[in-house]
Design a protein around this ligand. Structure first.
Ligand code: GLN
Length: 497
């Protein structure tokens, strides 16, 4: 049974469909792994043992009845605690939602259930997805399975760590500025931010609505594609959902190739602040792409240098508005409601106690940036930068099929190192943020270990909006070539922990 946790989602689904193992056995093996290691890793905020086993039993019964199962039926998954789950707590990593049991499923949750995917539980995250280390969770940090004294990235550190510690073969994240890709990079896993509008935001607690996007996390490119296919597609409940066919990401992942592609290397993504070993592995990836038959050219995107500053005006502005709904009346926590205080006082006491320091910082920044007299100088200027970033991408994609860069400037940093230095923390997303501002699609996949610390390095592939399939075509080719070179996947053994 222990061996079941080593298998990929595609392998598990095939075994379950063939009847050589049941979904209940697969689910029990993963729950046993959670039991054995999660006290140390702290990837999960809530494990839904009963719900998971019930879902697994339902899949086994459908199979026994001769039903044809979907491509991921019976496979366990770890769900970021930002998606609502009917009857199962959803905290967004915040005390303010403590005790709230959602009365409905997010569209992503619903689609997973309909596909027979087994939701093991809800994963840890930076409060309201604000952060790059999972240290901003109100419920304590998550450890990186490669080295538990280091961060697993953020905000979706719990999802990434659950994969890297083999507690789940699949996970779901959300990416507003890098929260799927950056944790993937620093844990040696695969993460994809789909095209904005590709995956429904209905029931995904809003941080910055014009940037937020849910997406798949896995240990292989094919597994990510299979999950992408399950969760993507039009949803009338999300007004920004794209009403068009989802690109065939699974076919692309099964037919990896870069032959004949023109690939652009973003010139701006190197220099000061980039770890030498990260750049070394990135340069080797570029050489590999050439060997595999791609034509590689350098591309300049000058406005990317301004993207981080623009993001830290736009995201806080939207969050200051989105988080106004946490007023102590509608959800979760309520402090000081003893009959002597006004509603306003109760709201204020609850928000004071319920929000952590980073969330308060963002709400204050955003309120300031949107205030009359400052709106044009801050929010207005940031929106102009956003347009320039989108134009840089447009210009680049007129010439190349995909762009590549390191996913992050450094490997996983020690827990605590950047906790008191917001600017250092924000720089973890230097290479990922432009993609969110423009709304296009990007993947991070492992490209080796940095020589100086032995920690994973991520390669970022960026595609134009609605060309998510290109990520998988290129990603699968790179993954296969690296694994042939190393003779094994990046995570060679299930970590002992
Ligand atoms: N680290 C970035 C932030 O703190 C991005 C977070 C995210 O993508 N949710 O805002």
């Amino acid at each position: 049974m222990a061996d079941l946790i080593r298998l990929t989602a595609a392998e598990l689904a095939a075994e379950i469909a063939a009847g050589s193992v049941s979904s209940v056995e697969v689910t029990e093996a993963h729950l046993a792994r959670v039991e054995a290691v999660d006290e140390k890793v702290h990837a999960f905020l809530h494990v839904d043992r009963e719900g998971a086993l019930a879902q697994a039993r339902a899949v086994d019964e459908r199979r026994a009845a001769g039903e044809r199962l979907g491509p991921l039926a019976g496979v366990p998954l770890a769900l970021k605690d930002i998606f609502t789950t009917e009857g199962v707590p959803t905290t967004v990593g915040s005390k303010i939602l403590q005790g709230w049991i959602p009365p409905y499923d997010a569209t992503v949750t619903r689609r997973l259930k309909e596909a027979g995917v087994v939701i093991l539980g809800k994963t840890n995250m930076d409060e309201f997805a604000m952060g790059s280390s999972t240290e901003n969770s109100a419920f304590g940090p998550t450890g990186n399975p490669w080295d538990l004294t280091r961060v697993p990235g953020g905000s979706g550190g719990g999802s990434a760590a659950s994969l890297a510690s083999f507690q789940a073969p699949l996970a779901i994240g959300t990416d507003t500025g890098g929260s799927i890709r950056q944790p993937a990079a620093v844990t040696g896993t695969v993460g994809v931010k789909p095209t904005y509008g590709g995956v429904s935001r209905y029931g995904m607690v809003a941080f910055s609505s014009s940037l937020d996007q849910g997406g798949p996390c896995a240990r292989t490119v094919l597994d990510a594609a299979l999950l992408h296919e399950v969760i993507a597609g039009h949803d009338p409940l999300d007004s920004t959902s794209i009403d068009a066919p989802v690109p065939d990401v699974v076919e692309a992942a099964r037919n990896g190739s870069v032959a004949g592609l023109r690939i652009g290397v973003v010139r701006e993504f190197r220099g000061e602040g980039y770890q030498a070993g990260v750049l070394q592995r990135f340069d080797e990836s570029v050489a590999l792409l050439r060997e595999l038959g791609a034509e590689v050219v350098e591309v300049s995107c000058p406005s990317f240098d301004l993207a981080l500053a623009a993001y830290y005006l736009i995201a806080p502005s939207e969050c200051s508005s989105n988080l106004a709904r946490f007023d102590a009346m509608r959800y979760g926590l309520r402090i000081g409601d003893d009959g002597t205080r006004s509603a306003e006082e109760v709201t204020s006491l609850t928000r004071e106690a319920g929000f952590g320091p980073e969330v308060k910082r963002r709400v204050m920044l955003g309120t300031y940036a949107l205030s009359s007299g400052y709106y044009d100088a801050y929010y207005g200027s940031a929106q102009k930068v956003r347009t320039l970033v989108a134009r840089d991408f447009e210009r680049a994609f007129a010439d190349v099929h995909v762009l590549v860069s390191p996913t992050t400037p450094t490997t996983a940093f020690p827990i605590g190192e950047r906790a008191d230095d917001p600017m250092a923390m924000y720089r973890a997303d230097l290479c990922t943020i432009p993609v969110n501002l423009a709304g296009n699609a990007a993947m991070s996949l492992p490209c080796g270990l940095a020589p100086e610390d032995g920690l994973p390095v991520g390669l970022q592939i960026i595609a134009p909006a609605m060309a998510d399939d290109r990520l998988y075509r290129v990603g699968a080719a790179v993954e296969a070539a690296f694994q042939a070179r190393w003779g094994h996947p990046i995570i060679e053994e299930v970590p002992a922990l």
